[in-house]
Design a protein around this ligand. Structure first.
Ligand code: AMP
Length: 281
């Protein structure tokens, strides 16, 4: 496995792969790698010959009062993790490499990103789409893999790839969970043991809604109450719990027709946790 820190070196490798007709898969991450990331790497590996994992804590997607400075960083561990996963290249640019002095060009998706995380974290998705567009240009993958855990992000990237004509298949890989159902996340490390235990309520709530939907429940208010109640009972503070159309991310106010998606964010202490479930028609 090669560790690459500059765009220039990455371009050299990509040029060689293209000349030798190797297909490329990309998995963008912010490091602190866990089994959720591993499943993205395996998904890329099953579809392409060379897998690039990027580890970059992207400053432009963090708000001024968010955890950029304290975000967990452990490159030695991430390096061993990627090596064990059979990754070809670990791409670890530094912020000055990605955003040189005077940087002033941005990619902005202006519909899917308006609500939910976009409303809670102004500027967040502009940072995400910009860094992912840059990574797409640098790595030129045939396939890029994102996690369903951050479903709004994944749908925005799919839209961006379509709208900006990237010849890239954007694959959404299922959420990987701890044994008790909590979605794996680098931010779970911030939870106290009490909150860590209480946070299992998020998945319990989502599972209750999925089960009720399977048995024919279609009223948005009823389905959302099933998600919300255990979270509130466990001491969590929901930021939002919503039933949306998965193609438009527009809320379903009344009766669900066709597929649905429940998105939820809840705070336990100072930690915000995201999760979601699709309701299949
Ligand atoms: P992050 O390092 O948290 O920015 O995440 C990098 C990628 O891994 C994103 O596409 C996330 O959606 C994905 N990811 C994070 N946690 C999980 C998980 N538990 N299951 C599946 N994918 C995940």
């Amino acid at each position: 496995m090669q560790i690459i820190r500059t765009t220039r070196e990455m371009h050299g490798i990509v040029k060689y792969w293209k000349a030798t007709r190797r297909t490329i898969g990309l998995v963008p991450t912010m490091g602190a790698l866990h089994a959720g990331h591993r499943s993205l790497m395996d998904t890329a590996d099953a579809r392409t010959e060379e897998v690039v994992v990027s580890v970059f804590v992207n400053p432009t997607q963090f708000g001024p009062n968010e955890d950029y400075a304290n975000y967990p960083r452990n490159l030695a561990k991430d390096e061993a993790f990627c090596k064990a996963a059979g990754v070809s290249v670990l791409f670890v640019p530094n912020p000055a490499e990605m955003y040189p002095q005077g940087y002033s060009t941005w990619v902005d998706e202006d519909t899917l990103g308006l609500g939910f995380e976009g409303a809670q974290r102004p500027g967040h998705f502009r940072g995400v789409t910009t860094i992912v567009a840059k990574l797409f240009n640098i790595v030129q993958p045939e396939v890029a893999v994102f996690g369903q855990k951050d479903v709004q992000q994944a749908l925005i990237i799919q839209r961006m790839a379509r709208d900006l004509d990237y010849p890239i298949r954007v694959v959404i890989a299922p959420t990987v969970r701890e044994a008790d159902g909590l979605a794996m996340s680098s931010r779970n490390a911030y939870l106290s043991s009490e909150h860590r235990q209480a946070a299992t309520a998020i998945h319990r709530g989502l599972s209750a809604a999925v089960a009720a939907h399977r048995q024919g429940e279609r009223q948005a208010a009823t389905l959302l109450q099933l998600v919300q109640a255990p979270i509130v009972a466990s001491g969590g503070a929901p930021d939002y719990v919503a039933l949306v159309n998965p193609d438009t991310l527009k809320p379903v106010d009344d009766t669900l027709k066709g597929r649905g998606l429940i998105v939820v964010t809840a705070r336990y202490g100072t930690t915000r946790l995201l999760d979601n479930s699709f309701l299949e028609a």
